[in-house]
Write a protein that binds this ligand. Structure first.
Ligand code: CO
Length: 215
């Protein structure tokens, strides 16, 4: 059997298993999704949101890109964020990076990757912010992993700079933002940061006027 055919056969088996375990599973999900979580993760195939959190379809709204970036010109990310926060009213946003991230590693190097260079620029900017701290680390793998952590923290901060988050914080005191780093070696998550809704905690230069947030 070729690998592609295998996917379709496994799909039939999965569907049958789900129905066997819960006859109403698809009927329930077909009607609506009401996930409590938005996941912003890396596209890396080894970091699937549902599997590593032991959750089912319907529980996590997902956006993934190279190195789990929150880029303010990325219409895809911004649309997913708006839908998750305003329509689905998620309670939590998880930005999940992972140790040994190839995107972070590439951003720390000087090879050219065609169009991907433009994406990596966003990560290089994060490196520049923490350059002294990262340069002080000797082992390359450790540099990558430090930037993985700092990048997650920085992306969480970038979320807070959006009017989408600031409006939701004002109107419904949610969502909470969490920064995670996932270990490919042991499958475990390290919590890096938890940011509770608090407009006064935002650096004033990034804070919209209160009346703007009611519009
Ligand atoms: Co990655």
């Amino acid at each position: 059997m070729n690998p592609y055919e295998k996917l379709l056969i496994q799909n039939k088996a999965w569907s049958a298993d789900q129905k066997l375990a819960d006859a109403n599973f698809f009927g329930r999900l077909e009607k609506q999704q009401s996930p409590k979580f938005l996941w912003i993760g890396c596209s890396d195939s080894r970091v699937p949101a549902n599997q590593i959190t032991g959750t089912d379809p319907g529980e996590i709204f997902v956006h993934r890109n190279i190195a789990n970036m929150v880029v303010h010109t990325d219409v895809n990310l911004l649309s997913v964020l708006e839908y998750a926060v305003v329509v689905l009213k998620v309670e939590h946003i998880i930005v999940c990076g992972h140790y040994g991230c190839g995107g972070i590693d590439a951003a720390l190097g000087n090879k050219s990757y065609g169009i991907i260079n433009k994406w990596l620029l966003n990560i290089k900017e994060v490196y520049k912010t923490y350059q002294n701290e990262i340069d002080a680390i000797e082992v390359h793998e450790d540099k990558v992993n430090k930037l993985v952590e700092l990048n997650v923290i920085e992306q969480c901060q970038d979320l807070i700079k959006t009017s989408t988050i600031q409006k939701a914080w004002k109107s419904r005191n949610a969502p909470t933002i969490h920064g995670w780093a996932y270990g490919l070696k042991d499958g475990l998550v390290k919590e890096l940061v938890n940011i509770e809704p608090d407009l006064s905690s935002i650096n004033p230069i990034f804070r919209f006027d209160a009346e703007e947030l009611d519009k």
